[in-house]
Design a protein around this ligand. Structure first.
Ligand code: UDP
Ligand code: LCN
Length: 805
């Protein structure tokens, strides 16, 4: 039984538990989420005049770890999350007897709650991915979740090293596999078995040891070739020696770190596809549009940096003479009616690269009124399978061959990545960015009511398909996978859930699987850099942005005139959707007269007029922002810029705010990661980030930024005020936080760290898939069944609705 429950039942807090349960029942709320539970319990403590000691009681502890309580006729269903990634469920009867419940029983309770439980009509389909993970090792300790590759490497190495013959033969064949455009790499047919390999390595080491370390590879290439070695070992004599030494050690005394170091050097990735389907995917005039935010920034930066890293790796590997040209293709949708963007162009070069491209493939024309236009990410499901088929042809033509790695982005891109990787037999990696399931409360329980608008039945099925089929998953934070002690992670929310009348998921994803790896993104350091780096700033841009932010009179694009433009600016920039909560920030500012006296509020957000947007959430937020400004009479204290800025301007904006010792506030109700946080911090802006989501991992509270609870407006205003007061008291305070913010980004969130890690992961997973002959075919067949029997018919029905629209 749950230790937490048992402790209560064995103490004299038993009567409190009974009383609390009975008061919950009397209050009439039959489904309580964690926040409701905490509030109800706090009311209970007030009503019963519980003293401070009670907050350390076993009951308080139980309440803290309780995620949900569902009230049924005679009992309460109690869902406890005693630690990260673990769940226990109990039924608590009024006489305080307790029964453990299975996941199946819990899902039935939830179905009953929404009146969709019909056992007389037979059982609902149960999805269980658990058995497919039996073949792979599982991480034991939840704190190691997200460090998959390290774990896998250690585990599989030890297994492999126990059978040296098998291991050497796997290594030998793996080394003979690699080619680029028909040119053999690493070893040639002069080395015909593993025993020879070991001998030739020693010979080659003796040979290169005698050379000058700087001697270019091309000058001794033919000597090595005679010994059986082709390009790929290094660009200079010392680099070749280093690589050969690692391999020599590996053969003599295998060790997982040496294995990782060696595999990470193997030139096996040249062509990469990044799939990002739905948005306005472009380089100008697309940011701030609905559906197109950080993901576009992330993928473009990633593409640029991957190309750079591939080039660096290839140069180091000594492939320069072979005309090796790495190529990165961002696969997106071609939108014929492109609203002034370049999204109607088939091919667009990624700025600042030599061979990275945006390849846009159109949806087939089922209903031109729809498919010629932008389609919301919630509606695009019916087009993805044919899109993948069409894209495959285009990719093969563009690459003149198969890619080596396919990376999906967001639910739609991840599904396409699955379809492509399956057809082409290529390593598949996925990146969620944000999983909608946990963003929309009760999105699975009430899916039938929401399906007309959101089509979650398709999205969540696509998510299950992608996360299970992927060879590896990268996440931006640890909590994206398994949350925090007090909150469920985004992936964790797929572990079990009900889609009433459609299916029950009893084990949707193995959180302890080594496929999960935390690899956070970076920030474009050419655009976003510390405001103190004056030599890289352009004075005319700075003046123009200053005017734009604080004084320019341009009613078409800017709302509000500041009474005193010299007050400390509180700045925020985001798309105007509900979750970003800029309206909440305006209200927080509105409620604090003190804050208004000390600061101005500057918002860069969406559009200024409802007529200009087709997005419902954006429309509602525009109305709400005007209402808040009027309600708190913020005229003269706020400026709202409804502009879509070129990238370079967005960098200078943060710096200009920093010049005036301003701060950045990110008040989202939930933020999966939060690229604006990185942008603000690297610019040197003290940053106040939401405590709900990624910012909690990026910022270290009071060291290099501050946490805020955006649902507590007065507390947030107080924190901002306290900061302003501290700055007044100590003129160095602002600079101290600013400097620490800059250091935090440079030390932990750079694209260099990201791409080195990502490429190393791709190689290592590639190697292990090969060496361990991992048999995933059973899993893949199950996933396919889900695609054909659940996803596809539902997508077809939606398509029919679209065609007749
Ligand atoms: N952005 C922008 N103009 C806007 C709104 C956003 O340039 O009007 C950029 C911002 O600089 C950041 C990205 O869009 O690079 C937003 O990414 P984030 O991860 O913060 O949030 P998302 O929009 O992906 O939820
Ligand atoms: C989506 C989000 O919601 C943001 O929090 C992330 O920063 C962005 O994608 C990039 O991953």
């Amino acid at each position: 039984m749950s230790e937490l429950l048992q402790a209560v039942l064995e103490s004299d807090e038993k009567s409190d538990l009974r009383q609390f349960a009975s008061e919950l029942r009397a209050a009439g709320n039959t489904y309580l989420l964690r926040n409701d539970i905490l509030n109800s319990f706090s009311d209970y403590c007030d009503r019963h005049q519980k003293d401070n000691e009670f907050h350390a009681s076993s009951l308080s502890k139980l309440i803290y770890y309780t995620q949900e309580i569902i009230l049924e006729d005679e009992s309460l269903c109690w869902i406890i999350r005693p630690e990260i990634a673990r769940q226990e469920v109990y039924r608590l009867w009024s006489d305080l007897s307790i029964e453990p419940m299975t996941v199946q029983q819990l899902l039935d309770v939830r179905d009953r709650f929404v009146n969709h439980y019909h056992p007389q009509e037979g059982d609902v389909l149960e999805l269980d991915f658990g058995p497919f993970y039996d073949y792979s090792p599982a991480i034991k300790d939840s704190k190691n979740i997200g460090k998959g590759v390290q774990f896998l490497n250690r585990f599989l190495s030890s297994k492999l090293f126990q059978a040296p013959d098998q291991w050497l033969s796997a290594l030998f064949t793996f080394l003979s596999l690699h080619r680029y455009n028909g040119t053999q790499l690493l070893i040639n047919e002069r080395i015909s078995n593993q025993r020879q390999l070991s001998g030739q390595i020693k010979k080659a080491i003796t040979f290169v040891s005698k050379l000058n370390g700087d001697k270019p590879y091309d000058e001794f290439r033919f000597d090595l070739q005679v010994m059986g070695f082709e390009p790929g070992w290094g660009n200079t004599a010392s680099r070749v020696k280093e690589t050969l030494d690692i391999l020599d050690d590996l053969i003599d005394s295998p060790d997982h770190q040496a294995l990782e170091a060696f595999i990470s050097r193997i030139p096996m990735i040249f062509r990469i596809v990044l799939v990002s389907v739905h948005g306005w995917f472009g380089q100008e005039g697309v940011l701030g549009r609905p559906d197109t935010g950080g993901q576009v920034v992330y993928v473009l930066d990633q593409a640029r940096n991957l190309e750079k890293q591939l080039k660096e790796d290839q140069e180091l590997a000594g492939l320069t003479g072979l005309n090796v040209e790495p190529k990165v293709i961002i696969l997106s949708r071609l939108i014929p009616n492109s609203d002034g963007t370049r999204c109607n162009e088939r091919l667009e070069k990624v700025h600042g690269t030599e061979n990275s491209w945006i390849l846009r493939v159109p949806f087939r024309e089922f209903n031109p009124n729809l498919t010629q236009n932008w389609i919301s990410r919630f509606e695009i499901w019916p087009y993805l399978e044919t899109y993948a088929i069409d894209s495959e042809k285009e990719l093969l033509a563009e690459f003149q061959g198969k890619p080596d790695l396919i990376i999906g982005n967001y639910s739609d891109g991840n599904l396409v990545a699955f379809l492509l990787a399956r057809r082409l037999n290529v390593t598949q990696c996925i990146i969620a960015h944000a999983l909608e399931k946990s963003k929309y409360l009760f999105s699975n329980l009430y899916w039938q009511d929401l399906d007309d608008k959101y089509h979650f039945s398709l999205q969540f099925t696509a998510d299950l398909i992608a996360m299970n089929s992927a060879n590896f998953i990268i996440s931006s934070t640890y909590q994206e996978i398994v949350g925090r002690p007090d909150s469920v992670g985004q992936y964790e929310s797929y572990a079990n859930f009900t889609m009433p009348d459609l299916y029950h998921v009893v084990n949707g994803i193995e959180l302890f699987s080594p496929k999960f790896n935390v690899v956070p993104p970076g920030v474009n350091e050419n655009v976003y850099f510390p405001h103190t780096r004056n030599e890289d700033r352009i004075q005319s841009d700075r003046d123009r942005i200053e005017e734009l932010l604080f004084t320019l009179d341009d009613p078409a694009n800017i709302f509000g005139k500041l009474d005193d433009p010299n007050k400390r600016p509180l700045f925020s920039m985001a798309r105007l959707d509900r979750i970003k909560n800029l309206t909440g920030l305006a209200e927080c500012f509105g409620r604090s007269k003190d804050l208004q006296e000390r600061c101005n509020l500057i918002l860069v957000a969406g559009k200024l007029r409802v007529e200009e947007t087709e997005d419902n959430e954006e429309r509602d937020e525009i109305v709400k922002l005007y209402r808040t400004i009027d309600e708190y009479n913020l005229h003269g204290k706020i400026r709202w810029l409804g502009v879509r800025l070129p990238k370079t301007d967005s960098g200078e904006i943060y710096r200009v705010i920093a010049d005036r010792q301003g701060v950045f506030v990110q008040p989202a109700l939930f933020e999966a990661f939060g690229l604006t946080i990185l942008e603000a911090m690297i610019s040197g802006l003290p940053t106040f980030g939401t405590q709900f989501g990624g910012p909690l991992e990026i910022i270290q509270d009071r060291v290099n930024g501050f946490y805020i609870n955006p649902t507590n407006l007065d507390e947030t205003a107080d924190k901002l005020l306290e900061f302003a007061n501290n700055c007044d008291r100590d003129p160095n305070y602002w600079y101290k936080i600013s400097q620490q913010a800059i250091e935090r980004v440079y030390s932990t969130y750079t694209w260099k760290i990201h791409t080195t890690r990502l490429l190393s992961l791709a190689r290592i997973y590639g190697f292990w898939n090969y060496a361990s002959k991992e048999n995933r075919e059973d899993l893949m067949r199950y996933v396919e069944t889900l695609f054909y029997l659940i996803y596809k018919p539902r997508a077809k029905t939606l398509l029919e609705q679209h065609v007749h629209r």
